[in-house]
Write a protein of this length. Structure first.
Length: 276
């Protein structure tokens, strides 16, 4: 599928591993010239080489640095001063008990997960609006909508970013510049494995390396299986005066209904049977 972004320029933060790497590779596959940034030089070079090999016609620029610092942002913007696409991404603060968090912990979390994306948006959004094209995506966390107690630092900082963007995006969209938030749940990344391993090590009273090494050995060569969880409950529009109302305009008129009711409405509308 052609997304119509071939030849565009993109900055992808924290793109050596995990979700940032996946975004960079997906953009490159669509013909977007990408500027990658991360703190780890070795992992960043490996990702950049993979993208170049898979997409020879795409320009890949790698900038080693910390995007949460002024110097790191300056280096990235110097390499790509007029991006059409900006992917804001950064590792979240560690979990814990709010009673143990100091003011410095809060400032560090807000600086990395709220103020850094805002600074990058501030540096790029006016150029996007002038060119009448821009796509900004902030990768945050599902904990923004479903807060988790031990992720309070992440919940607070990223919820603040979401609130700021919600207001700004209403002004930029008239110039074809959209700002959206991506709220992913848990992914099998190095960061998530690290948090789980540390938690398990504390519970069992052993070293982090022992837990992490054992988990990697157990998972090596074994494909991931699709979970067999409960099927999501469907939402279907309630019929009003013979019309089906749009969910975005009338969210209150959507409600959860059992599967047989969905099938009945489908058959009534189309005259065809369908397996759900």
């Amino acid at each position: 599928m052609d997304l119509g972004i071939k030849g565009r320029r993109a900055i992808v933060c924290a793109s050596s591993k995990g979700l940032g790497r996946a975004c960079a590779m997906a953009l490159a596959n669509e013909g977007v010239h990408v500027t990658l940034t991360a703190r780890g030089a070795e992992a960043l070079k490996k990702t950049a080489d993979e993208i170049r090999k898979a997409n020879p016609g795409v320009t890949v620029t790698e900038i080693v640095g910390d995007i949460t610092t002024p110097a790191g942002r300056e280096a990235v913007l110097k390499a790509c001063p007029d991006p059409d696409i900006l992917i804001n991404n950064a590792g979240g603060p560690p979990p814990g008990d709010f009673r143990n968090w100091t003011r410095d912990d809060w400032i560090k979390a807000i600086d990395a997960n709220m103020l850094t994306p805002i600074e990058l948006i501030k540096a790029t959004v006016d150029g996007m609006m002038a060119r009448k094209f821009g796509r900004i995506v902030n990768i945050t966390s599902a904990a923004v909508k479903a807060p988790i107690e031990m992720l309070g630092l992440s919940n607070g900082a990223r919820a603040g970013l979401t609130g700021f963007v919600a207001g700004l995006s209403r002004k930029t969209v008239i110039n074809n510049v959209t700002i959206n938030g991506l709220l992913p749940g848990p992914f099998d990344t190095d960061r998530l494995r690290g948090h789980r391993a540390r938690s398990e090590a504390e519970k069992r009273g052993i070293t982090f390396d022992a837990v992490d090494g054992g988990a990697r050995q157990a998972q090596s060569g074994r494909p991931l299986r699709r979970s067999r969880g409960v099927r999501p409950r469907l939402r279907f529009p309630v019929r009003r005066q013979g019309r089906l109302h749009h969910r975005a305009k009338h969210p209150a008129r959507w409600r959860r209904v059992p599967g047989y009711a969905v099938k009945a409405v489908w058959y009534e509308r189309t005259g065809r049977r369908r397996r759900f």
